[in-house]
Design a protein around this ligand. Structure first.
Ligand code: THU
Length: 193
Protein backbone atom coordinates (compact mmCIF):
# COMPACT_ATOMS: atom_id res chain seq x y z
CA UNK A 1 0.00 0.00 0.00
CA UNK A 2 1.60 3.25 -1.09
CA UNK A 3 1.22 6.32 1.11
CA UNK A 4 -1.17 9.01 0.00
CA UNK A 5 0.44 12.40 -0.26
CA UNK A 6 -0.93 15.78 -1.18
CA UNK A 7 1.00 17.26 -4.10
CA UNK A 8 1.57 20.98 -4.53
CA UNK A 9 -1.54 21.55 -6.61
CA UNK A 10 -3.66 20.44 -3.66
CA UNK A 11 -5.14 17.34 -5.29
CA UNK A 12 -4.63 13.92 -3.77
CA UNK A 13 -2.62 11.41 -5.72
CA UNK A 14 -0.62 8.27 -5.12
CA UNK A 15 3.07 8.82 -4.68
CA UNK A 16 5.51 6.27 -6.13
CA UNK A 17 8.25 4.76 -4.06
CA UNK A 18 11.74 6.00 -4.86
CA UNK A 19 13.90 3.78 -7.02
CA UNK A 20 17.52 3.40 -5.97
CA UNK A 21 20.03 2.74 -8.71
CA UNK A 22 23.50 1.32 -8.02
CA UNK A 23 24.95 4.81 -8.27
CA UNK A 24 23.02 5.79 -5.15
CA UNK A 25 20.76 8.02 -7.19
CA UNK A 26 17.06 8.14 -6.53
CA UNK A 27 14.45 8.80 -9.18
CA UNK A 28 10.90 9.61 -8.27
CA UNK A 29 7.86 11.28 -9.66
CA UNK A 30 8.44 13.71 -6.82
CA UNK A 31 6.08 16.11 -5.15
CA UNK A 32 4.02 17.06 -8.16
CA UNK A 33 2.45 13.63 -8.35
CA UNK A 34 2.43 13.65 -12.12
CA UNK A 35 2.52 10.10 -13.38
CA UNK A 36 5.53 9.37 -15.59
CA UNK A 37 7.79 6.49 -16.30
CA UNK A 38 10.93 6.77 -14.24
CA UNK A 39 14.05 4.59 -14.19
CA UNK A 40 12.37 1.88 -16.22
CA UNK A 41 9.27 1.59 -14.03
CA UNK A 42 5.72 1.88 -15.25
CA UNK A 43 2.73 2.92 -13.20
CA UNK A 44 1.61 -0.17 -11.29
CA UNK A 45 4.84 -2.05 -11.97
CA UNK A 46 5.58 -3.44 -8.50
CA UNK A 47 7.18 -6.82 -9.15
CA UNK A 48 10.00 -6.21 -6.71
CA UNK A 49 9.74 -5.13 -3.08
CA UNK A 50 10.04 -1.36 -2.65
CA UNK A 51 13.65 -0.50 -1.85
CA UNK A 52 14.34 1.04 1.49
CA UNK A 53 16.37 4.20 2.00
CA UNK A 54 19.89 3.77 3.41
CA UNK A 55 20.07 4.48 7.15
CA UNK A 56 20.05 8.17 8.00
CA UNK A 57 18.44 9.14 4.73
CA UNK A 58 15.04 10.77 4.91
CA UNK A 59 12.31 8.66 3.37
CA UNK A 60 8.56 8.43 3.06
CA UNK A 61 6.58 11.39 4.31
CA UNK A 62 9.64 13.15 5.74
CA UNK A 63 11.33 13.14 2.36
CA UNK A 64 8.17 14.30 0.61
CA UNK A 65 7.88 17.12 3.14
CA UNK A 66 11.51 18.13 2.59
CA UNK A 67 10.99 18.21 -1.18
CA UNK A 68 7.76 20.16 -0.81
CA UNK A 69 9.32 22.68 1.55
CA UNK A 70 12.07 23.40 -1.01
CA UNK A 71 9.45 24.09 -3.66
CA UNK A 72 7.42 26.29 -1.33
CA UNK A 73 10.53 28.27 -0.36
CA UNK A 74 11.16 28.96 -4.05
CA UNK A 75 7.99 31.04 -4.13
CA UNK A 76 9.57 33.48 -1.67
CA UNK A 77 12.68 34.01 -3.80
CA UNK A 78 13.68 37.65 -4.22
CA UNK A 79 15.37 37.53 -7.62
CA UNK A 80 14.34 40.59 -9.67
CA UNK A 81 17.72 40.59 -11.48
CA UNK A 82 18.23 36.97 -12.49
CA UNK A 83 14.55 35.96 -12.48
CA UNK A 84 15.84 32.54 -11.44
CA UNK A 85 14.01 31.54 -8.26
CA UNK A 86 15.57 28.86 -6.09
CA UNK A 87 14.31 27.23 -2.90
CA UNK A 88 16.13 25.01 -0.43
CA UNK A 89 15.02 22.93 2.54
CA UNK A 90 17.51 21.69 5.10
CA UNK A 91 16.80 18.70 7.36
CA UNK A 92 18.57 18.74 10.72
CA UNK A 93 19.74 15.64 12.58
CA UNK A 94 16.86 16.26 14.99
CA UNK A 95 14.28 16.20 12.19
CA UNK A 96 13.54 19.92 11.89
CA UNK A 97 13.37 21.58 8.48
CA UNK A 98 14.73 25.04 7.72
CA UNK A 99 13.95 26.51 4.32
CA UNK A 100 15.54 29.32 2.36
CA UNK A 101 15.34 31.17 -0.94
CA UNK A 102 17.79 33.22 -2.96
CA UNK A 103 17.86 36.90 -2.00
CA UNK A 104 19.39 39.23 -4.58
CA UNK A 105 20.49 42.84 -4.29
CA UNK A 106 20.89 45.87 -6.55
CA UNK A 107 24.55 45.56 -5.62
CA UNK A 108 24.66 42.24 -7.46
CA UNK A 109 27.56 40.65 -5.59
CA UNK A 110 25.63 40.77 -2.32
CA UNK A 111 23.06 38.24 -3.52
CA UNK A 112 22.74 35.09 -1.40
CA UNK A 113 21.79 31.64 -2.68
CA UNK A 114 18.84 29.67 -1.34
CA UNK A 115 21.09 26.97 0.10
CA UNK A 116 23.08 29.41 2.17
CA UNK A 117 19.94 31.19 3.35
CA UNK A 118 18.65 27.87 4.71
CA UNK A 119 21.98 27.05 6.36
CA UNK A 120 22.23 30.49 7.95
CA UNK A 121 18.71 30.19 9.32
CA UNK A 122 19.42 26.77 10.83
CA UNK A 123 22.78 27.75 12.31
CA UNK A 124 21.36 30.90 13.83
CA UNK A 125 18.68 28.80 15.53
CA UNK A 126 21.36 26.58 17.09
CA UNK A 127 21.46 23.64 14.63
CA UNK A 128 24.81 22.43 13.28
CA UNK A 129 24.13 18.79 12.38
CA UNK A 130 22.38 18.09 9.09
CA UNK A 131 21.05 15.02 7.31
CA UNK A 132 19.86 16.31 3.96
CA UNK A 133 19.02 19.30 1.81
CA UNK A 134 16.53 19.53 -1.07
CA UNK A 135 16.95 22.21 -3.72
CA UNK A 136 14.26 23.38 -6.16
CA UNK A 137 14.24 25.65 -9.20
CA UNK A 138 12.01 26.30 -12.19
CA UNK A 139 14.25 24.36 -14.57
CA UNK A 140 12.15 21.74 -16.31
CA UNK A 141 14.87 19.80 -18.09
CA UNK A 142 17.73 20.05 -15.63
CA UNK A 143 18.32 19.19 -12.01
CA UNK A 144 19.31 22.26 -10.02
CA UNK A 145 22.86 21.98 -8.67
CA UNK A 146 24.39 24.10 -5.92
CA UNK A 147 27.12 26.59 -6.78
CA UNK A 148 30.66 26.05 -5.56
CA UNK A 149 30.33 28.53 -2.71
CA UNK A 150 27.26 26.72 -1.37
CA UNK A 151 28.99 23.34 -1.64
CA UNK A 152 31.84 24.65 0.49
CA UNK A 153 29.40 26.18 2.97
CA UNK A 154 27.61 22.82 3.25
CA UNK A 155 30.90 21.00 3.67
CA UNK A 156 31.70 23.00 6.80
CA UNK A 157 29.06 20.85 8.50
CA UNK A 158 30.38 17.47 7.36
CA UNK A 159 30.65 15.49 4.14
CA UNK A 160 28.26 12.76 5.17
CA UNK A 161 24.89 14.07 4.09
CA UNK A 162 22.61 14.01 1.08
CA UNK A 163 21.62 16.67 -1.39
CA UNK A 164 18.38 16.19 -3.34
CA UNK A 165 18.62 17.93 -6.71
CA UNK A 166 15.18 18.42 -8.25
CA UNK A 167 13.57 19.44 -11.51
CA UNK A 168 10.53 21.71 -11.63
CA UNK A 169 8.20 18.70 -11.80
CA UNK A 170 9.62 17.33 -8.55
CA UNK A 171 11.67 14.48 -10.00
CA UNK A 172 15.03 14.26 -8.32
CA UNK A 173 18.42 12.69 -8.01
CA UNK A 174 20.31 12.46 -4.74
CA UNK A 175 24.03 13.00 -4.28
CA UNK A 176 26.31 12.69 -1.29
CA UNK A 177 27.98 15.97 -0.46
CA UNK A 178 31.35 14.29 -0.97
CA UNK A 179 30.30 13.53 -4.55
CA UNK A 180 29.46 17.16 -5.17
CA UNK A 181 32.66 18.39 -3.54
CA UNK A 182 35.38 15.75 -3.69
CA UNK A 183 38.81 16.36 -2.13
CA UNK A 184 37.30 19.10 -0.02
CA UNK A 185 38.88 21.34 2.57
CA UNK A 186 37.15 21.49 5.94
CA UNK A 187 37.55 22.48 9.57
CA UNK A 188 39.54 19.31 10.38
CA UNK A 189 42.28 20.38 7.98
CA UNK A 190 43.06 23.44 10.05
CA UNK A 191 44.26 21.13 12.84
CA UNK A 192 46.78 19.35 10.63
CA UNK A 193 49.59 21.90 10.83
N1 THU B 1 21.11 30.31 -7.08
C1 THU B 1 20.77 29.68 -5.92
O1 THU B 1 20.14 30.27 -5.04
N2 THU B 1 21.12 28.39 -5.77
C2 THU B 1 21.71 27.63 -6.74
O2 THU B 1 21.87 26.44 -6.54
C3 THU B 1 22.12 28.24 -8.00
C4 THU B 1 21.87 29.70 -8.14
C5 THU B 1 20.67 31.69 -7.28
C6 THU B 1 21.71 32.74 -7.16
C7 THU B 1 21.09 33.86 -7.96
O3 THU B 1 20.17 34.57 -7.14
C8 THU B 1 20.29 33.15 -9.02
O4 THU B 1 20.11 31.82 -8.55
C9 THU B 1 20.97 33.11 -10.36
O5 THU B 1 22.27 32.65 -10.25
Amino acid sequence: MLPEVRPLNGALSRQGQPVYSPGEEIFNRGVSGQGRQVAGMEEGDRQHPAPTAPPGRPHGEKLQLLLRRSQEAKHSAYCPYSRFPVGAALLTAGGEIFSGCNVENACYSLGVCAERTAILKAISEGHTSFRAMAIASDMGDNFIVPCGACRQMMREFGTDWDIYLTKADGTYIVKRLEELLPLSFGPEDLKKV
